[in-house]
Design a protein around this ligand. Structure first.
Ligand SMILES: [Cu+2]
Length: 148
């Protein structure tokens, strides 16, 4: 009687273990990967932003009572960034609509060794004038020709 019970227990145990051991193999068929949409790649749109409002940078050196360049051509409607580099002294880059016109459109002052910049859009054609407020009499001036 006792041996039977032991045998039964052993049998049950073996059966349970066998069942448990089989279970994964039976209930887990070969895992099918969920629909992962292999075509979906990270967003890789090319970073190519065309800039219609491109700003032209014009560097102007102020040195020895001269601007270089001292003749600048600009198209009507063009936006220009002037970068004034002062080499040897404090200078200004002062722009008027024409020679002798008291109206100052803009003016930047730069100490020796410094750099300043100003961005301006020329909406009207004309012969603009620029000069250094300190050294105009020494010939420190130039022209900006704005044309179509
Ligand atoms: Cu000057």
């Amino acid at each position: 009687m006792r041996t039977r019970l032991v045998l039964l227990l052993v049998f049950v145990t073996i059966f349970a273990v066998a069942l448990a051991g089989c279970e994964p193999a039976v209930t887990e068929p070969t895992p099918v990967p969920p629909a992962e949409e292999p075509g979906v790649a990270p967003d890789v749109t090319p970073d190519e932003t065309p800039d219609p409002d491109e700003i032209r940078v014009i560097e102007v050196d102020a040195e020895d009572f001269e601007f270089s360049p001292n003749e600048i051509d600009v198209e009507v409607g063009e936006t220009v960034q002037f970068v004034l580099n002062s080499i040897d002294d404090t200078h200004t880059f002062t722009v008027t609509p024409s020679i002798g016109d008291p109206e100052v459109l803009f003016s930047i002052e730069v100490p020796a060794g410094g750099t300043e910049q100003v961005t301006w859009t020329f909406d009207q054609e004309g012969e603009y004038y620029f000069f250094c407020e300190f050294h105009e009499d020494e010939g420190m001036w130039g022209t900006i020709t704005v044309s179509e």
